[in-house]
Design a binder for this molecule. Structure first.
Ligand code: GLN
Length: 485
């Protein structure tokens, strides 16, 4: 099998056995990137040369160094809203087009201390606001399975690089579904950890109470390996948790006998696409055959999750994005007569339409006359969603749903209709509202396009999520199907 088709684990084993050198690994992925990247446009910044230099240094270390990191020589791509020292971090926005951060996000520091190789920064919807990468100020990434379709979003670039075999693993961020939805559309594994499990220090803030860094990979085991590296308390992020981090790989290869899986009826409405419903319910049956127990549950408030999310997320965004004023970061308009005009021209030209829409929605929802009616109400709905999940978790260990209501849509299909676009996250946002861990794993195909299965866990019980996802992957093995590019 070609090197670019291998998992992180397999590549690591080959390097450890000194059968291949880091530079050979990087060369293989660069070659693949040169072949297919022009078709899919997944990187904003590709660092091929730098990655190769880095790999050559590691070739020498392979001979000399005893204690090599867990990611020694592994190429990893990073979503371009995660801060990288001395490397442009744009958030796919004109306002940060030339922003070069002077420091690293905590996750980057952690990857570096385990000897990873950074391949580049991937495309996204501007400031992670969107579900298709069409809101990127620069270009739209294409779905590797069908170049006329979106890869999903907002972490579309990171999903596409893993799907197309440009890297074995990547990092993304998930505020309302931005890892799981593109993972589902691109046929890869996408994991959003519990809120607080992974430090957000250096993740450019969109909606701070919902944002979470997570992973893309081809196998669940690779997710576990990456999670071991990036998890844990960080003094630089007061919302990061000091809960003990288990060795996540211990959940790989375990049986799932007796695990109770909840099927929430609200996530399988009459209107749900028939084929998606069949694929997901069949997946549940496979797990039942393998020893899990299926339990019907109800999460009635989840039907308000999109409405509440689109008050809370824009409110937090309007506050977080106030910092882009032309003074401290990035772009500044050149022609202005006073400070006021400098602010408004900078923001008018620097932000795209969707970001402006969110700032306006959020500012309105937070204004003194409307705060109680919108923001406060949405927060109450959020609490109810959380309580309902906690109630369900008294009866079940895990919750199973489709990741998305349908497969990847065509580029341009939903750009004129923001509400339609927002609805593609209908099955993912409640997870962020409740701060839970959840994964999307490949579960089959509809019209040759990937379909994702979502498994949602209890807070800080990433282990059970990974355990069942890993079993599911081993029963089906959709994970090593590659798009024809
Ligand atoms: N699509 C959702 C939004 O536009 C979620 C984005 C995300 O998770 N970053 O807000």
């Amino acid at each position: 099998m070609e090197l670019w088709k291998k998992s992180l684990k397999e590549i690591s084993e080959l390097i450890d056995a000194k059968e291949i050198k880091p530079s050979e690994v990087v060369e293989a992925f660069i070659k693949r990137t040169e072949e297919v990247e022009p078709k899919i446009n997944s990187y904003i910044t590709f660092l091929g040369e730098k990655a190769l230099e880095d790999a050559k240094r590691k070739d020498e270390e392979l001979v000399k160094k005893e204690n090599r990191g867990k990611l020694f020589g592994i190429p990893v791509a990073i979503k371009d809203n995660i801060i990288t020292k001395d490397i442009k971090t744009t958030c796919a926005s004109k306002i940060l087009e030339n922003f070069v951060p002077p420091y690293n996000a905590t996750v980057i520091e952690k990857l570096e201390s385990e000897d990873f190789i950074l391949t580049g920064k991937t495309n996204l919807d501007e400031f992670a606001m969107g579900s298709s990468t069409e809101n990127s100020a620069f270009f739209t990434t294409k779905n590797p399975w069908d170049l006329e379709r979106v890869p999903g979003g907002s972490s579309g670039g990171s999903a596409a690089v893993v799907s197309a075999g440009l890297v074995p693993v990547a990092l993304g961020s998930d505020t309302g579904g931005s890892i799981r939805q593109p993972a589902s559309f691109c046929g890869v594994v996408g994991f959003k950890p519990t809120y607080g499990r992974v430090s957000r220090y250096g993740l450019v803030a969109f909606a701070s109470s919902l944002d979470q860094i997570g992973t893309f990979s081809r196998t669940v085991e690779d997710t576990a390996i990456l999670m071991n590296v990036i998890s844990g308390k960080d003094d630089k992020d007061s919302t990061s948790s000091d809960r003990e981090v288990p060795d996540f790989t211990q959940f790989i290869g375990k049986d799932i006998k007796g695990i109770r899986i909840g099927i929430p009826k609200e996530f399988f409405p009459e209107t749900l696409d028939k084929e998606i419903k069949e694929i997901i319910l069949n997946s549940a049956k496979q797990l039942e055959k393998d020893g899990a127990e299926l339990v019907e549950i109800s999460l009635p408030t989840s039907k308000y999750s999109i409405e509440a999310y689109y008050i809370i997320a824009p409110s937090e965004a309007s506050s977080n994005l106030a910092r882009y004023d032309g003074v401290r970061y990035g772009y500044r308009a050149e022609d202005y007569k006073d400070l006021e005009e400098m602010y408004s021209k900078t923001r008018d030209r620097g932000f795209g339409a969707e970001v402006k829409r969110r700032i306006m929605l959020g500012t309105y929802a937070l204004s003194s006359g409307y705060y109680d009616a919108y923001y406060l109400k949405a927060q109450k709905v959020r609490t109810l969603i959380y309580l309902e999940f906690m109630d369900a978790f008294k009866k079940v260990d895990l919750i199973l749903t489709p990741t998305t209501p349908d497969v990847a849509f065509k580029i341009g299909e939903k750009t004129d209709n923001p509400i339609e676009m927002y609805l593609s996250d209908i099955f993912t946002v409640s997870v962020n509202m409740a701060g839970l861990p959840a994964i999307s794993v490949p579960a089959g195909f509809k019209n040759s396009l990937p379909v994702g299965l979502q498994l949602i866990g209890k807070p800080f019980d990433e282990g059970t999520v990974l355990q069942v996802a890993d079993r599911f992957e081993k029963i089906n093995n959709y994970n090593f199907k590659f798009p024809n590019l």
